[in-house]
Design a protein around this ligand. Structure first.
Ligand SMILES: Nc1nc2c(ncn2[C@@H]2O[C@H](COP(=O)(O)OP(=O)(O)OP(=O)(O)O)[C@@H](O)[C@H]2O)c(=O)[nH]1
Ligand SMILES: [Mg+2]
Length: 316
Protein backbone atom coordinates (compact mmCIF):
# COMPACT_ATOMS: atom_id res chain seq x y z
CA UNK A 1 0.00 0.00 0.00
CA UNK A 2 2.77 2.42 0.84
CA UNK A 3 4.39 1.50 -2.45
CA UNK A 4 1.20 2.37 -4.28
CA UNK A 5 0.82 5.66 -2.45
CA UNK A 6 4.38 6.54 -3.29
CA UNK A 7 4.05 5.51 -6.92
CA UNK A 8 0.84 7.47 -7.29
CA UNK A 9 2.30 10.60 -5.72
CA UNK A 10 5.40 10.35 -7.83
CA UNK A 11 3.56 9.71 -11.07
CA UNK A 12 1.59 12.90 -10.48
CA UNK A 13 4.71 14.87 -9.75
CA UNK A 14 6.60 13.40 -12.66
CA UNK A 15 3.67 14.26 -14.91
CA UNK A 16 3.80 17.90 -13.90
CA UNK A 17 7.56 18.01 -13.88
CA UNK A 18 7.69 16.33 -17.29
CA UNK A 19 5.39 18.93 -18.86
CA UNK A 20 7.48 21.75 -17.45
CA UNK A 21 10.72 20.20 -18.61
CA UNK A 22 9.30 19.72 -22.10
CA UNK A 23 8.50 23.42 -22.21
CA UNK A 24 12.05 24.33 -21.14
CA UNK A 25 13.51 21.98 -23.73
CA UNK A 26 11.42 23.62 -26.42
CA UNK A 27 12.92 26.99 -25.51
CA UNK A 28 16.43 25.58 -25.68
CA UNK A 29 15.78 23.79 -28.94
CA UNK A 30 14.55 27.05 -30.41
CA UNK A 31 17.70 28.80 -29.24
CA UNK A 32 19.87 26.02 -30.61
CA UNK A 33 18.16 26.22 -33.95
CA UNK A 34 19.11 29.90 -34.14
CA UNK A 35 22.75 28.96 -33.66
CA UNK A 36 22.65 25.98 -35.96
CA UNK A 37 21.31 28.01 -38.82
CA UNK A 38 24.47 30.10 -38.64
CA UNK A 39 26.75 27.11 -38.40
CA UNK A 40 25.17 25.10 -41.17
CA UNK A 41 24.40 27.89 -43.60
CA UNK A 42 26.95 30.61 -42.91
CA UNK A 43 26.62 32.13 -46.38
CA UNK A 44 22.87 32.72 -46.10
CA UNK A 45 22.88 34.22 -42.65
CA UNK A 46 24.19 37.10 -40.66
CA UNK A 47 26.56 36.32 -37.76
CA UNK A 48 24.83 34.80 -34.75
CA UNK A 49 23.69 37.60 -32.50
CA UNK A 50 20.80 36.62 -30.24
CA UNK A 51 18.40 39.37 -29.20
CA UNK A 52 17.96 40.57 -25.63
CA UNK A 53 14.75 38.55 -25.42
CA UNK A 54 16.37 35.38 -26.69
CA UNK A 55 19.13 35.61 -24.11
CA UNK A 56 16.56 36.35 -21.42
CA UNK A 57 14.67 33.20 -22.45
CA UNK A 58 17.86 31.24 -21.83
CA UNK A 59 18.30 32.86 -18.42
CA UNK A 60 14.68 32.01 -17.61
CA UNK A 61 15.27 28.35 -18.46
CA UNK A 62 18.32 28.34 -16.22
CA UNK A 63 16.33 29.85 -13.36
CA UNK A 64 13.53 27.32 -13.79
CA UNK A 65 16.03 24.46 -13.65
CA UNK A 66 17.55 25.87 -10.49
CA UNK A 67 14.09 26.16 -8.99
CA UNK A 68 13.31 22.52 -9.75
CA UNK A 69 16.52 21.48 -8.04
CA UNK A 70 15.52 23.48 -4.98
CA UNK A 71 12.10 21.86 -4.99
CA UNK A 72 13.65 18.45 -5.22
CA UNK A 73 15.85 19.33 -2.29
CA UNK A 74 13.14 20.20 0.16
CA UNK A 75 10.40 18.32 -1.67
CA UNK A 76 7.77 20.75 -0.45
CA UNK A 77 5.71 19.78 -3.45
CA UNK A 78 5.40 16.22 -2.21
CA UNK A 79 2.35 16.47 -0.08
CA UNK A 80 1.15 12.92 -0.38
CA UNK A 81 3.58 10.54 1.26
CA UNK A 82 4.05 7.35 3.20
CA UNK A 83 1.97 7.65 6.35
CA UNK A 84 3.81 7.19 9.63
CA UNK A 85 1.95 7.35 12.96
CA UNK A 86 3.58 7.76 16.35
CA UNK A 87 1.52 6.06 19.06
CA UNK A 88 1.88 4.98 22.68
CA UNK A 89 0.81 5.72 26.24
CA UNK A 90 0.55 9.33 27.47
CA UNK A 91 3.80 11.10 28.27
CA UNK A 92 6.17 8.58 26.64
CA UNK A 93 7.56 11.36 24.43
CA UNK A 94 5.61 11.01 21.17
CA UNK A 95 5.43 14.75 20.57
CA UNK A 96 9.08 15.15 21.49
CA UNK A 97 9.98 12.59 18.83
CA UNK A 98 7.67 14.27 16.33
CA UNK A 99 9.51 17.56 16.77
CA UNK A 100 12.91 15.88 16.54
CA UNK A 101 11.95 14.11 13.31
CA UNK A 102 10.70 17.37 11.80
CA UNK A 103 13.50 19.40 13.36
CA UNK A 104 11.00 22.04 14.46
CA UNK A 105 8.57 22.74 17.28
CA UNK A 106 5.40 21.45 15.71
CA UNK A 107 3.76 19.59 18.62
CA UNK A 108 3.22 20.90 22.12
CA UNK A 109 5.39 19.12 24.70
CA UNK A 110 4.66 19.27 28.44
CA UNK A 111 5.33 17.04 31.44
CA UNK A 112 1.54 16.71 31.85
CA UNK A 113 0.16 13.42 30.47
CA UNK A 114 -2.60 13.99 27.94
CA UNK A 115 -1.05 17.04 26.32
CA UNK A 116 -1.71 16.02 22.72
CA UNK A 117 -5.40 15.68 21.89
CA UNK A 118 -5.95 16.18 18.17
CA UNK A 119 -3.61 14.35 15.82
CA UNK A 120 -0.80 16.59 14.58
CA UNK A 121 0.20 15.94 10.98
CA UNK A 122 3.19 17.16 9.01
CA UNK A 123 5.16 16.26 5.89
CA UNK A 124 8.73 15.04 6.15
CA UNK A 125 11.23 14.20 3.44
CA UNK A 126 13.82 11.51 4.09
CA UNK A 127 16.40 11.11 1.30
CA UNK A 128 13.91 12.23 -1.32
CA UNK A 129 11.10 9.99 -0.10
CA UNK A 130 7.98 11.81 1.08
CA UNK A 131 6.41 10.92 4.43
CA UNK A 132 3.51 12.28 6.43
CA UNK A 133 4.18 11.94 10.16
CA UNK A 134 1.29 12.01 12.62
CA UNK A 135 1.66 12.58 16.35
CA UNK A 136 -1.32 11.26 18.30
CA UNK A 137 -2.96 11.44 21.72
CA UNK A 138 -1.60 9.10 24.38
CA UNK A 139 -3.70 5.92 24.48
CA UNK A 140 -5.03 4.84 27.89
CA UNK A 141 -8.24 4.32 29.86
CA UNK A 142 -9.86 7.68 30.58
CA UNK A 143 -13.19 9.37 31.33
CA UNK A 144 -12.09 12.68 29.82
CA UNK A 145 -14.37 13.24 26.83
CA UNK A 146 -11.82 15.26 24.86
CA UNK A 147 -9.17 12.62 25.43
CA UNK A 148 -11.54 9.85 24.41
CA UNK A 149 -12.18 11.56 21.08
CA UNK A 150 -8.43 12.11 20.61
CA UNK A 151 -7.76 8.43 21.32
CA UNK A 152 -10.39 7.36 18.79
CA UNK A 153 -8.70 9.56 16.19
CA UNK A 154 -5.33 8.05 17.13
CA UNK A 155 -6.74 4.57 16.51
CA UNK A 156 -8.08 5.64 13.11
CA UNK A 157 -4.61 6.88 12.18
CA UNK A 158 -3.03 3.61 13.30
CA UNK A 159 -5.44 1.69 11.07
CA UNK A 160 -4.84 3.80 7.97
CA UNK A 161 -1.13 4.35 8.49
CA UNK A 162 1.57 2.58 6.49
CA UNK A 163 4.08 2.47 9.32
CA UNK A 164 3.54 2.58 13.09
CA UNK A 165 6.11 3.90 15.54
CA UNK A 166 5.05 2.01 18.66
CA UNK A 167 6.58 3.86 21.58
CA UNK A 168 7.42 2.80 25.13
CA UNK A 169 9.54 4.27 27.91
CA UNK A 170 11.82 2.65 30.51
CA UNK A 171 9.91 0.91 33.27
CA UNK A 172 6.97 0.10 30.99
CA UNK A 173 6.37 -3.41 29.66
CA UNK A 174 5.55 -4.68 26.22
CA UNK A 175 2.19 -6.43 26.38
CA UNK A 176 1.10 -8.63 23.49
CA UNK A 177 -2.53 -8.10 24.38
CA UNK A 178 -2.24 -4.33 24.35
CA UNK A 179 -0.21 -4.41 21.12
CA UNK A 180 -2.64 -6.68 19.29
CA UNK A 181 -5.63 -4.61 20.39
CA UNK A 182 -4.07 -1.53 18.86
CA UNK A 183 -2.06 -2.60 15.81
CA UNK A 184 -3.72 -4.56 12.98
CA UNK A 185 -1.87 -7.75 11.97
CA UNK A 186 0.65 -7.39 9.16
CA UNK A 187 1.14 -3.64 9.73
CA UNK A 188 4.72 -2.39 9.47
CA UNK A 189 5.89 -1.46 12.95
CA UNK A 190 9.02 -0.04 14.52
CA UNK A 191 9.31 -0.47 18.27
CA UNK A 192 10.69 2.80 19.64
CA UNK A 193 12.05 2.82 23.18
CA UNK A 194 12.35 6.46 24.25
CA UNK A 195 13.99 8.16 27.23
CA UNK A 196 17.01 5.83 27.28
CA UNK A 197 18.85 8.71 28.97
CA UNK A 198 16.90 7.87 32.13
CA UNK A 199 18.62 5.35 34.37
CA UNK A 200 15.45 4.43 36.22
CA UNK A 201 13.51 1.30 35.12
CA UNK A 202 14.43 -1.51 32.76
CA UNK A 203 14.09 -0.97 29.03
CA UNK A 204 10.96 -2.68 27.69
CA UNK A 205 11.61 -5.72 25.48
CA UNK A 206 9.51 -7.28 22.73
CA UNK A 207 8.03 -10.69 23.51
CA UNK A 208 9.35 -13.77 21.70
CA UNK A 209 6.45 -13.70 19.25
CA UNK A 210 7.27 -10.14 18.13
CA UNK A 211 11.06 -10.30 18.30
CA UNK A 212 11.18 -9.77 14.50
CA UNK A 213 9.91 -6.18 14.85
CA UNK A 214 12.82 -3.74 14.46
CA UNK A 215 13.62 -1.87 17.65
CA UNK A 216 15.27 1.54 17.92
CA UNK A 217 16.34 3.00 21.25
CA UNK A 218 16.29 6.78 21.38
CA UNK A 219 16.30 9.82 23.59
CA UNK A 220 14.05 12.44 22.04
CA UNK A 221 15.15 14.83 24.78
CA UNK A 222 18.85 14.52 23.91
CA UNK A 223 18.17 13.94 20.21
CA UNK A 224 19.91 10.55 20.31
CA UNK A 225 19.09 7.71 17.93
CA UNK A 226 16.73 9.89 15.88
CA UNK A 227 18.83 9.70 12.71
CA UNK A 228 19.03 5.93 13.07
CA UNK A 229 15.25 5.85 13.42
CA UNK A 230 14.83 7.95 10.27
CA UNK A 231 17.04 5.51 8.38
CA UNK A 232 14.98 2.61 9.69
CA UNK A 233 11.74 4.30 8.61
CA UNK A 234 13.21 4.77 5.15
CA UNK A 235 14.49 1.19 4.91
CA UNK A 236 11.27 -0.37 6.06
CA UNK A 237 9.24 1.68 3.58
CA UNK A 238 11.31 0.99 0.49
CA UNK A 239 12.16 -2.61 1.40
CA UNK A 240 9.34 -4.04 -0.71
CA UNK A 241 9.51 -1.56 -3.56
CA UNK A 242 10.64 -2.80 -6.93
CA UNK A 243 13.94 -0.95 -7.15
CA UNK A 244 14.00 -1.12 -10.96
CA UNK A 245 10.78 0.86 -11.20
CA UNK A 246 11.07 2.73 -7.94
CA UNK A 247 10.22 6.39 -8.43
CA UNK A 248 12.67 7.27 -5.69
CA UNK A 249 15.61 6.49 -7.94
CA UNK A 250 14.39 8.59 -10.87
CA UNK A 251 14.00 11.47 -8.45
CA UNK A 252 17.70 11.46 -7.70
CA UNK A 253 18.47 10.84 -11.35
CA UNK A 254 16.28 13.79 -12.31
CA UNK A 255 18.08 16.04 -9.92
CA UNK A 256 21.42 15.02 -11.44
CA UNK A 257 20.06 15.69 -14.92
CA UNK A 258 18.87 19.14 -13.87
CA UNK A 259 22.25 19.89 -12.34
CA UNK A 260 23.94 18.94 -15.59
CA UNK A 261 21.55 21.15 -17.53
CA UNK A 262 22.30 24.08 -15.21
CA UNK A 263 26.03 23.56 -15.62
CA UNK A 264 25.96 23.60 -19.41
CA UNK A 265 23.51 26.52 -19.51
CA UNK A 266 25.81 28.53 -17.29
CA UNK A 267 28.66 27.71 -19.67
CA UNK A 268 26.55 28.79 -22.64
CA UNK A 269 25.59 32.10 -21.05
CA UNK A 270 29.22 32.75 -20.13
CA UNK A 271 30.16 31.89 -23.70
CA UNK A 272 27.61 34.33 -25.08
CA UNK A 273 29.02 37.10 -22.93
CA UNK A 274 32.60 36.36 -23.99
CA UNK A 275 31.92 35.96 -27.69
CA UNK A 276 32.47 32.21 -27.68
CA UNK A 277 32.49 30.40 -31.03
CA UNK A 278 29.05 29.30 -32.25
CA UNK A 279 30.09 25.66 -32.39
CA UNK A 280 30.98 25.63 -28.70
CA UNK A 281 27.76 27.44 -27.77
CA UNK A 282 25.81 24.87 -29.74
CA UNK A 283 27.49 22.03 -27.87
CA UNK A 284 26.65 23.58 -24.50
CA UNK A 285 23.01 24.12 -25.43
CA UNK A 286 22.80 20.63 -26.92
CA UNK A 287 24.21 19.15 -23.72
CA UNK A 288 21.58 20.87 -21.63
CA UNK A 289 18.83 19.77 -24.02
CA UNK A 290 20.06 16.20 -23.73
CA UNK A 291 20.23 16.40 -19.93
CA UNK A 292 16.64 17.58 -19.75
CA UNK A 293 15.72 14.98 -22.35
CA UNK A 294 16.80 12.19 -20.03
CA UNK A 295 14.01 13.33 -17.69
CA UNK A 296 11.27 13.30 -20.29
CA UNK A 297 12.82 10.44 -22.24
CA UNK A 298 13.14 12.32 -25.53
CA UNK A 299 16.05 12.20 -27.91
CA UNK A 300 17.38 15.52 -29.05
CA UNK A 301 18.27 15.18 -32.71
CA UNK A 302 14.80 14.65 -34.15
CA UNK A 303 13.15 17.53 -32.30
CA UNK A 304 15.96 19.84 -33.24
CA UNK A 305 15.67 19.06 -36.90
CA UNK A 306 11.90 19.50 -36.67
CA UNK A 307 12.23 22.94 -35.18
CA UNK A 308 14.94 24.08 -37.58
CA UNK A 309 12.88 23.09 -40.57
CA UNK A 310 9.54 24.33 -39.38
CA UNK A 311 10.90 27.67 -38.18
CA UNK A 312 13.20 28.46 -41.05
CA UNK A 313 11.92 26.45 -43.93
CA UNK A 314 15.46 25.53 -44.85
CA UNK A 315 15.78 23.27 -47.85
CA UNK A 316 12.82 24.66 -49.72
N1 LIG B 1 14.30 12.18 30.12
C1 LIG B 1 13.61 12.25 29.00
N2 LIG B 1 12.46 12.92 28.96
C2 LIG B 1 11.78 13.00 27.81
C3 LIG B 1 12.26 12.39 26.61
N3 LIG B 1 11.38 12.63 25.63
C4 LIG B 1 10.40 13.35 26.17
N4 LIG B 1 10.61 13.58 27.49
C5 LIG B 1 9.78 14.33 28.42
O1 LIG B 1 8.58 13.61 28.66
C6 LIG B 1 7.49 14.52 28.83
C7 LIG B 1 6.37 14.20 27.86
O2 LIG B 1 6.83 14.47 26.55
P1 LIG B 1 5.82 14.60 25.34
O3 LIG B 1 6.64 14.61 24.11
O4 LIG B 1 4.87 15.71 25.56
O5 LIG B 1 5.06 13.21 25.48
P2 LIG B 1 3.78 12.69 24.69
O6 LIG B 1 3.94 11.23 24.50
O7 LIG B 1 3.56 13.49 23.46
O8 LIG B 1 2.63 12.98 25.74
P3 LIG B 1 1.03 13.11 25.47
O9 LIG B 1 0.83 14.06 24.37
O10 LIG B 1 0.55 13.65 26.76
O11 LIG B 1 0.53 11.75 25.21
C8 LIG B 1 8.06 15.91 28.65
O12 LIG B 1 8.36 16.45 29.91
C9 LIG B 1 9.34 15.66 27.86
O13 LIG B 1 10.32 16.65 28.05
C10 LIG B 1 13.52 11.69 26.69
O14 LIG B 1 14.04 11.15 25.72
N5 LIG B 1 14.15 11.66 27.90
MG1 LIG C 1 2.01 14.61 22.87
Amino acid sequence: KSANALKFATSQILGTLGKNIQELRKQLIHFLSLIEVNIDFPDDSVPFRPSENEIQALVDVLEKCREFIRQHNDACFLKEGIRVTICGAPNVGKSSLMNRLLEKDRSIITAVPGTTRDPVEEGLNIDGVPFVITDTAGIHQTDDLVEIIGIEKAKDHITTSDIILYMKEPGAEFSEREFEKLVPPGKKVIFVVNKIDLCEGNLPKLSEKYRHIPTVEISALLNKGVQELKQKILNISIADLDMEKSPVIPNLRHKKALEQAVESLEAALDGLKNGQAEEILAIDIKTSIDSLGTITGETASLDILDTIFSNFCIGK
